[in-house]
Design a protein around this ligand. Structure first.
Ligand code: HEC
Length: 128
């Protein structure tokens, strides 16, 4: 009986911890959310950000400021995960950036898809 109680306490602690440190828990974004994020990126983000996040989508040419190259590792050091997740959900104007970066209000209900999108963008930063 005591052991069960202890397990519950540990489980609760682990859950609480992952809730308070989304950046750490995101290392294991669930596969379903990751799939959704891939599909979303291809349909919603690629027109401006390009299929590989280089800022070279077909709709990017006329944008000023231009979407940046997500492979720029120096930029990654200047922004935290919260910034990336905020701009994805609430758009550029919510973080003092260009309003050409649209909000995705449906994603505010899907934090793990937002985390998976953020992780995808972070991964570009680890690639040349
Ligand atoms: C209509 C074009 C457009 C679409 C569609 C779009 N973006 Fe953007 N995005 C932009 C522009 C332009 C910026 C640059 C804003 C600035 O620098 O002021 C931007 C900036 C960003 C940034 C922040 C970069 C920085 O400089 O801090 C992230 C992250 C981002 N977009 C992710 C996404 C994701 C993920 C999607 C798809 C869900 C998406 N964007 C869809 C145009 C777009």
């Amino acid at each position: 009986m005591k052991r069960i109680a202890m397990t519950l306490v540990l489980a609760a602690a682990a859950f609480g911890c992952s809730r308070h440190h989304p950046a750490e828990s995101s290392k294991n974004v669930n596969p379903q959310a990751q799939q959704q994020a891939e599909a979303l990126f291809a349909t919603r983000c690629t027109p401006c950000h390009g299929p590989n996040g280089r800022g070279d989508g077909p709709a990017s040419a006329s944008l000023n400021p231009h979407p940046r190259n997500f492979h720029d590792s120096a930029w990654h050091k200047t922004v935290n995960d919260e910034h990336i997740e905020r701009i994805i959900q609430y758009g550029g104007s919510a973080v003092g950036k260009s309003a050409a970066m649209p909000a995705n209000p449906d994603l505010t209900e899907k934090p793990d898809v937002v985390a998976a999108l953020r992780q995808k963008i972070r991964t570009f930063g680890t690639q040349q």
